[in-house]
Design a protein around this ligand. Structure first.
Ligand code: NAP
Length: 306
């Protein structure tokens, strides 16, 4: 657990849950000056334990809760349904109840995997979710628990999250490039790769704006938003871009890349064919734009190279 010391009326108490994850780590960094920050990992609070979660929030007494923790093992969730549900659905409900109790703002993240991928256009917030896998269903249940609570909330649905740290597609590609000469990558699932850095920045801009009253009363901003980097690409196209960039910055030699269909790469959890999310509502309500995924990729590889 890490705690900053500043505390005053203009320095809200901010609780960041999941600070060891990709996004939590960036949130802790960017919110450091935004108030009195308590940032915790699973050691300090186990979200699978509702009583512990409730007690912890009461003891911390936050004005803002940023929940970056989640059960994110998409394939493993198929065989660990109860745990995925506890962390992704029940814990957000407890956080929302506690936030409502003390009129705190709850910021939560959800996923493109709430959709079945059948649409050819980008998905909007009003499209009907129909998750194809346990992870997506558990995250959808978490969204709904928050929406059904009285808490002032911001739910940001994002996609294909990666960054300089943690477990992600980019770091897996760089590791595999050291081990193999040839990689087969799925080319018929498209989405928007989104960096933990861009997500944390956008969250910071919105939350500080909300706290400063720039977006008016909660009825104008509380709700569900899509938040991804701009543009879209297949996993295969993303891998090509990663190696083009990595050879420039890191001197990594690209393996031979072979495009394949998802049917040739069977996984325990099914994944949507098109999981591109429209960010129009986020732009319209908060004036926030995330960078193009190519620009954001460049920034992450630059950060890895430092
Ligand atoms: N990764 C993606 O591609 C992706 C895509 C769409 C949406 N999202 C959403 O974006 C958000 C951030 O994802 P991320 O990529 O930063 O995830 P991440 O790197 O997997 O981090 C999640 C964190 O949650 C923690 N956690 C898991 N179970 C916990 C428990 N029982 N109690 C307390 N902490 C627990 C993990 O702790 P340990 O380190 O101890 O396991 C980990 O530090 C999540 O809401 C996720 O669903 C992610």
């Amino acid at each position: 657990m890490t705690e900053s010391t500043t505390q005053s009326a203009t320095h809200p108490r901010i609780l960041i849950v999941g600070n060891a994850g990709q996004l939590g780590r960036e949130l802790e960094r960017i919110f450091a000056d935004a108030g009195s920050v308590t940032a915790v990992d699973r050691e300090s609070v186990d979200l699978a334990d509702p009583d512990q979660t409730r007690d912890f929030v009461r003891r911390t007494a936050p004005d803002v809760i940023l929940n970056a923790a989640a059960y994110t093992a998409v394939d493993r969730a198929e065989s660990e349904m109860a745990l995925a549900h506890a962390v992704n659905a029940l814990a957000p409900r407890v956080l929302a109840e506690e936030a409502a109790e003390r009129d705190a703002l709850l910021v939560h993240y959800s996923t493109d995997y709430v959709f079945d991928g059948s649409k050819s256009e980008p998905w909007t917030e009003t499209d009907k979710p129909a998750p194809l896998n346990v992870y997506g269903a558990s995250k959808l249940a978490g969204e709904q628990a928050i929406q059904n609570s009285r808490a002032r909330h911001l739910i940001f649905r994002t996609s294909w999250v990666y960054g300089p740290h943690g477990k992600n597609f980019l770091l897996t590609m760089l590791r595999l490039a050291r081990e193999r000469d040839r990689l087969s990558i799925v080319d018929d699932q498209i989405g928007a790769p989104t960096t933990s850095i861009a997500l944390a920045r956008a969250t910071h801009a919105i939350v500080t704006g909300v706290l400063a009253g720039r977006f008016g009363a909660a009825e104008y901003w509380s709700g569900l938003y899509h938040m991804t980097c701009a543009g879209s690409v297949s996993w295969f196209g993303f891998a090509q871009a990663i190696f083009a960039c990595a050879s420039r910055y890191l001197g990594v030699k690209s393996p031979e890349l072979v495009p394949i269909g998802a049917k040739d790469y069977p996984t325990p959890a099914a994944r949507p064919r098109n999981s591109v999310l429209s960010n129009a509502k986020l732009h319209a309500r908060f004036g926030v734009h995330l960078p193009l995924w190519e620009t954001a990729l460049d920034e992450v590889l630059f950060a890895i190279n430092r």
